[in-house]
Ligand binder design. Sequence first.
Ligand SMILES: [Ca+2]
Ligand SMILES: [Ca+2]
Ligand SMILES: [Ca+2]
Ligand SMILES: [Ca+2]
Ligand SMILES: [Zn+2]
Length: 745
Amino acid sequence: MKRFFAILAAMYLLVSVIDGAEPLYHTIEIDALSLEGLTRLLESGIALEGAEMLTENRMRLILSENEIRWLEDEKYVFELIQYDMSSFYASRLTTPAKDDFASGSMGGNFTFAETVDLLDQYRSDFPHIFSEKMSIGTSVEGRQIWAIKISDNPDIDENEPEILFTGLHHAREPQSLMTLIYLMDYIAAEYPHNSKIKHLVDYREIWIVPVLNPDGYVYNQNIAPNGGGMHRKNRKSNGCTGTEMGTDLNRNYGYKWAFNNNGSSGNPCEQTYRGLSAFSEPETDYLRQFIESRNFVNAMNYHSYGNLMLYPFGYSSSAQMPLADLEIFQMIAETIESMNGYTAQPSHNLYPTNGGSDDWIYGSKGIFAFTGEIGSYSDGFWPATSRIEPLAEENLEPNLYFISIAGANIAFKRLFLASGSFLTIGDTTELSVTLENSGLDSPKGGAVIRFSSPHSELAFFPEKIDIAYLAPRSENSFKTKLLVNNQNLIGQEIIVEILLEYEDLILSRHFSLIPGEPIIVQTYDAESGLSPWSGHWLIGNTGYNSSHGYDDSPNANYQDSRISVLNSPAITIPDSGLPLITFFAQWDIEEEKDWAQLAMSIDDGVSWQKMALPSMTAGSGRAMQALGEFGWSGKSYGWLPQVLLLDEALQGASVQFRFSLSSDRNINSPGYIFDDFSIGWIEKAELPPGDINGDGITDEADYELLMRHILRFTKLDPACFLMADLNQDGRLNILDIIIFKKIVE
Ligand SMILES: [Ca+2]
Ligand SMILES: [Ca+2]
Ligand SMILES: [Ca+2]
Ligand SMILES: [Ca+2]
Ligand SMILES: [Zn+2]
């Protein structure tokens, strides 16, 4: 390994000739790092943010020359990886195009002054959802620390769950600011036409403090006007100069402040200097007052870098919190991890910190506080200009989720029809809907479930369920009964629509069922091996009411960049009645990009026709989802019955089915499972002519239905319409009435 001395000596020369220059920062890798060496490192006051263990005893980190000198004195073994990070970062920052998102003058990053202008711009462009910027106090050098609120009626303090976002605790982490500006831009643009965003704005109060440390950020602008400045702390005068001046704001909070010297430093020139006392710094003290003046449910403090989603505690690995709180922290952090891949973990897992923001915000105030460390080492403190928007974008979905869960966050979890896909004429069957509220509050004003169908012949008891209270972080099931009395509907596909309404948000689920009692001639239940099915898919140990199912990737996520298939054997379609296929399926597949599909071949696998089922979604046109085709993506939330009606012309034919799962090059999920793949048929009822209501006799009741349709009081179901169209001319009129009269005479 190359030693460092020669380079270091050259470096000192360089520094000494530039009068008053800032110390340089370099990326180094420490090797042969022992536990004892790590402990000394922790106690040194070096900032380990972004530091990474590359192997068990090799650590990569960014240090100032003074810190590197200290490493040498302490006999660490290390290697230079990247010289002068400030210049290195600056070399990747370019002048952005005016209409790019990242159009600030520091290589795309907005300066403090530009950020203040943006806050004014939001207010003047969107005064109905952005508040006037408000100062929560002034910094060491007298700059305003601005906050802005996003909500409906932004000038009124309404009783809505409050969320806090902060950026730039540390001055050299501009991606924290850019991520919040991206969020504000997105909300402003989407609010008028995106019901989910409108819900978040109208039913929450979103507070953003984009620049907590304006002095440090402006200092970086002064020493590196085009970006790349390496100052971290605030600008409190403490006898040190340059980037060694100031207090580490994220070690100055008042919960276990100065707990020990591992997680903060008492030496003013060190990067993790904690200040003279808890909240000795105006920036942290004003944020404290601001937090205490409000009612935040959760708080997200953005930093960079490390691809991490951290939660308390930071001060000690033996710190305890109530299990119920820990579960909430884990749920939120792990959900975010599933969205952007950031590692969810308690802050102390990485390295101890005391006096950190989250320990106080949670430990003293009971607010669920997180630290998001955006980006990887290759992005670093000043990501390349082209990386600013992608890094902000990868935190958009997590941020919207974070806003949502401060209140109610409700989704359909399971739908279950007791009779599977079928409904015996004249019998009621139970439909149960399970809702999950993963949010931290019950929906404001409760929730409503409505059941409906475009087929007026399908009745629900009840049609509407009012839910006054839906406990935070709970699952609840609600039931209705379904009834079809009309035998004309046997073998008709009937769509059931379930609407969930809460806080002015409407979520819907659809599924289809078929009135009638099918005769199943064959079922493949996956209980005795894959054969006679064949392909890439396997038998997994998750089945529908059984222990096995057909599974694209048992107990694992599907692979990237792959199309895997499962072919059925040749299947002979029954030669009577209405032929159909029925099965149960569950899936969890990357939405919009990947999907599972079902195809059928009637020519021994020469050509395949893609099927469309009501539980599928239309192709997005992105990644694997072809426009004009249908497939399963997103989540089924448990088993959903599936039924596929086949053309009567296929009676007696030999056909083959093929399931496929197509994945793009990134993000994979558990995949697709189906079970009890059955072939059967339904016999249509033999009804007398004119029996519109399908009760077996033609009488006054049918006449009334016919008249009501002709007089446009009600509209007949298509199947009933066919029954009423006695002269079979495709319309209902006086001619049908004349024939009807003759029938009942
Ligand atoms: Ca409001
Ligand atoms: Ca099975
Ligand atoms: Ca009748
Ligand atoms: Ca007619
Ligand atoms: Zn930071």
